[in-house]
Design a protein. Structure first.
Length: 404
């Protein structure tokens, strides 16, 4: 009976955590992207620069603290870390909507980032080996839906007043906390508690070394994406001639394609496996992004956005499933935390590089450079040995054949 109950609990953990992730990302998208800039400028009397720094510090803290969060998750009950995170996030949220000082706003934004940080690592630690890519695909659907809907919905709700908007944000935050609290999580084995940080890092390093281009690829792809993210709106308006509504429609079509295909592509990867999901995903994304720089009509822009959405849905679940194969079982929490921190480092570096490339007045250059980076990643994976992408049992067989 205990085994059956545990199986049922594990089976419901991903959907419930996904729901909590949806609410958290809804709050993040609604509050940071749409609500805070208007509220801080009009009601708190703060500058646009202070808001910009606060948002950047939020994401930087969220990324860089993940290694420490993983360390805690390997040693403390997951629910304790999760509820502590929500408490810290609530304190940060409260300070951000009440302070009139830029320094406190920035510090509170860091608290919000730290409080939201545990959810992704806990989600990854609950994913089981069977159907791993499908489960990861479903988590990314919750993430994308929350982040996108939060931004869109709060813009509509703000027409009813900022106080109503803040109330709705608080309700979504509470719903996420409740959903997380109702989730039964599998905990880290006692073995992890007994390992030192150095031993955990060594175990991860030995695993990751066998992954070849894994860590460099992780850093490059997030940096390439970060290069173009801050420039997307100005590029679409100035270079492609899109209106703001046209850009929103294009993003909706591309993002919708990614959301709809994420789980099916994850399920397909679980069935077939191999490196072609990554090779083709990065190649199509690279080619589409490069062609986007010379798109001459709205229809061509929409078609290319649709292709990029499909490519993203192809590579993302398979990429994370591949990463999971190099996570040592002795330190799941800290290993995921460190890898997410590496990804976050790329997201921090990217905007600086993109801004520098565009500083000469040509906004197309960062997009072309980003496309070339994605193309290089695809080429490297194409030339990488098949054993690196195979399941553990298949990998051992391929390596044995190579030695004969």
């Amino acid at each position: 009976m205990d085994i059956a109950n545990k199986t049922v609990a594990l089976g419901t953990a991903i959907p419930r955590l996904g729901l909590a992730l949806f609410f958290i990302e809804w709050v993040r998208g609604a509050f940071l992207v749409a609500f805070l800039p208007i509220y801080a400028l009009d009601h708190l009397g703060l500058s646009a620069a202070a808001v910009g720094i606060a948002v950047s510090i939020h994401y930087l803290t969220d990324s860089l603290i993940k290694g420490f969060i993983g360390y805690l998750l390997d040693r403390l009950p997951h629910q304790a870390v999760l509820h502590s995170g929500f408490g810290i996030a609530l304190a940060g949220l409260f300070l951000m909507v009440t302070t009139h000082y830029a320094g406190i706003l920035i510090a509170a934004s860091a608290l919000l980032g730290a409080g939201f940080s545990p959810i992704w690592i806990i989600c990854m630690s609950q994913v089981r080996e069977e159907n791993r890519a499908r489960q990861m695909g479903s988590l990314y659907v919750y993430w994308m839906a929350g982040l996108g809907l939060g931004t869109v919905m709060i813009n509509v709700i703000m027409d009813w007043g900022l106080n109503v908007s803040l109330l709705v944000i608080g309700l979504f935050f509470t719903a996420g906390w409740i959903a997380a609290g109702l989730t039964r999580l599998s905990e880290a084995p006692a073995l992890r508690v007994e390992m030192t940080v150095g031993e955990q890092f060594t175990a991860l390093w030995h695993k990751v070394k066998r992954g070849g281009f894994l860590v460099p690829g992780m850093l490059l792809q997030t940096a390439a994406g970060g290069m173009i993210a801050p420039l997307l709106t100005t590029f679409a308006v100035n270079q492609l001639g899109l209106s703001h509504s046209g850009l929103s429609l294009t993003l909706l079509i591309g993002g919708g394609a990614a959301v709809l295909l994420m789980v099916p592509m994850g399920r397909l990867f679980d069935m077939i496996g191999g490196k072609w999901f990554l090779v083709l995903g990065f190649a199509v994304f690279s080619a589409s992004l490069f062609l986007l720089t010379s798109a001459a009509s709205f229809v061509s822009v929409v078609v290319l956005a649709l292709m990029m959405g499909c490519a993203y849905a192809t590579l993302l679940p398979s990429w994370n499933a591949l990463m999971a194969r190099y996570i040592p079982e002795s330190s799941v929490g800290m290993s995921w935390g460190l890898l997410f921190s590496v990804e976050g480092l790329g997201a921090v570096i990217g905007p600086f590089v993109g801004g520098w490339l565009a500083s000469g007045g040509n906004e197309i250059i960062p997009f072309k450079v980003s496309a070339c980076i994605f193309g290089v990643i695809s080429l490297i994976y194409l030339l990488s040995p098949a054993a690196m992408f195979a399941r553990p049992e298949r990998r051992a067989k391929l390596q044995q054949q190579e030695t004969i």
